[in-house]
Write a protein that binds this ligand. Structure first.
Ligand code: MN
Ligand code: MN
Length: 464
């Protein structure tokens, strides 16, 4: 055998693309960019995925609905997570082919008592969500998204809030210090340059014209008057709101060759979008039942009722299994899961944190990650070799361009995904996803080739 046959090397996918791939890569990325602009929060993403799924024949499923092969179902978890399923020809006893990705992304959450006025300006107090470099979120345009839940005649009413994504919408910002006065700031550690309590969002500076002798905070009053007009809310309603600021950038092509997409929130929409669309686009009824599980709260540890550690997933599988009179434990034991999350892409500007042979590279395809974790592989499921081989076979057979990935050099840091929570449920699970540059920054980067290969990879996995 030749060295080329004997050696493994990460190679660019460009020299293996078919003509139809080349065209499909660009078209698919356009749909993805539209999705990114629409779906900047998990709630937005769920709404958008429901719309896409219903357009292709999926229907909301209820527990007592009954199922038959070919059925296309979805179930929404509290507006913040969604499970899609296509019922296969085989019994659930043989397990499901599952993909699991997350819809939440790092962002700036508005606090429960957020509004105050200080020296002629009004601000929102915030609490950042997920692992961010705080200094990256100052001096960039932000938009406001979320919901305010109010009690009206004894009923909970959810009012959507969305300001800043339309062309003539106002935007918001966290200010930073001018360099002229930053000599002390610039000597600080990057973690201390901007303090968590310093991430206050500027939301106004003009006073109310209402004559109210007792009110000293006229700018705060003007903000509340606006919010009351627009959303019927009072200051107390912030307590039952979920509002956040996200970057007000639109997804765009990067590079003269348009090979990359820059956007907020690739982690993990660059995996959840292909995992969902590959299922939604299935033309034929698969042998195994296929499930795409899209969860919330991954960026803060997967806890909570909409996170991967919630029993919501188990209940859904229980319900499906009961409809077929199959034991859930038996179904899970025979299931396979691609835990679809991003990995870091090797960055030539920071070669010291990566290990060249093992870190994923952009344009080398869909990345299989045997383990994530940190400090000697802690906090990972470390996929079995047999499973890795099985997935390799599926991808190779379907002509998917793929590579291996990891999360940086040993002991450099690390991180986890939802993979271990699936694996702990006795599901054979491996991480697979798209390499990302500038991960968790307000403007992340991915390669269109890798995105499309993820879509092809998930499609092949569902159809296996
Ligand atoms: Mn992620
Ligand atoms: Mn993340």
């Amino acid at each position: 055998m030749t060295a080329e046959q004997l050696f493994y090397d990460k190679k660019t996918g460009f020299d293996r693309l078919t003509d139809s791939d080349k065209h499909a890569i660009q078209t698919y990325a356009e749909g993805y960019k539209r999705f990114l602009d629409e779906a900047k929060t998990e709630r937005d993403a769920v709404r958008e995925i429901v719309r896409m799924a219903e357009a292709k024949g999926f229907r909301a499923w209820t527990r007592d609905g009954g199922v038959k092969p070919g059925d296309r179902l979805y179930q929404v978890n509290r507006g913040k997570g969604i499970t899609l399923a296509v019922i296969g020809t085989e019994s659930l006893r043989h397990g499901v082919h599952l993909t699991a990705a997350h819809l939440d992304a790092p962002r700036i959450d508005i606090r429960t008592v957020p509004l105050y006025e200080d020296n002629g300006m009004a601000f929102f107090k915030t609490h950042y969500y997920g692992g961010i470099k705080k200094y990256q979120w100052t001096a960039i345009p932000l938009e406001l998204r979320g919901v305010v839940c109010v009690c009206e005649n004894g009923q909970v009413k959810t009012v959507p809030v969305r300001v800043g994504d339309q062309l003539d919408d106002p935007k918001f910002v966290i200010t930073d210090l001018l360099p002229h006065l930053a000599s002390e700031q610039m000597t600080k550690k990057a973690t201390d340059i901007i303090k968590g309590e310093g991430m206050n969002i500027l939301i106004g500076s003009a006073p109310s014209e209402t004559v109210d002798e007792k009110c000293a905070d006229k700018i705060k009053l003007a903000v509340m008057e606006h919010l009351n007009r627009a959303y019927g809310m009072t200051e107390a309603d912030f307590l039952s709101a979920e509002l956040c600021c996200v970057p007000a950038f639109k997804a765009c092509d990067i590079g003269f060759d348009r090979s990359l997409v820059g956007a907020y929130g690739h982690d993990d929409r660059v995996c959840s979008y292909p995992a969902a669309t590959a299922l939604i686009d299935l033309q034929t009824t698969p042998a195994h039942t296929c499930v795409c599980l899209l969860v919330d709260k991954e960026e803060i540890g997967s806890d909570g009722v909409t996170g991967m550690q919630s029993r919501a997933f188990d209940t859904f599988i229980d319900d499906l299994c009961r409809a077929e009179d199959v034991l859930t434990g038996e179904c899970l034991e025979n299931s396979v899961c691609l835990s679809a999350d991003v990995c870091n892409a090797f960055d030539p500007n920071f070669p010291e944190v990566s290990e060249k042979r093992n870190d994923a590279r952009i344009n080398c395809g869909f990345a299989l990650v045997k383990y994530t974790g940190s400090r000697g592989k802690a906090g990972t499921n470390d996929a079995p070799a047999e499973l890795m081989a099985r997935i390799r076979c599926i991808l190779d057979k379907a002509g998917v361009i793929w590579q291996t990935g990891q999360l940086g050099r040993v002991d450099q840091g690390g991180g986890g995904t939802v993979a271990m929570y699936l694996a702990n449920r006795n599901v054979d699970t491996v991480d697979a996803g798209v390499p990302v540059l500038s991960m968790h920054s307000p403007f992340e980067l991915i390669a269109k080739l890798d995105l499309y290969m993820a879509y092809k990879g998930f499609a092949a996995f569902y159809q296996d």
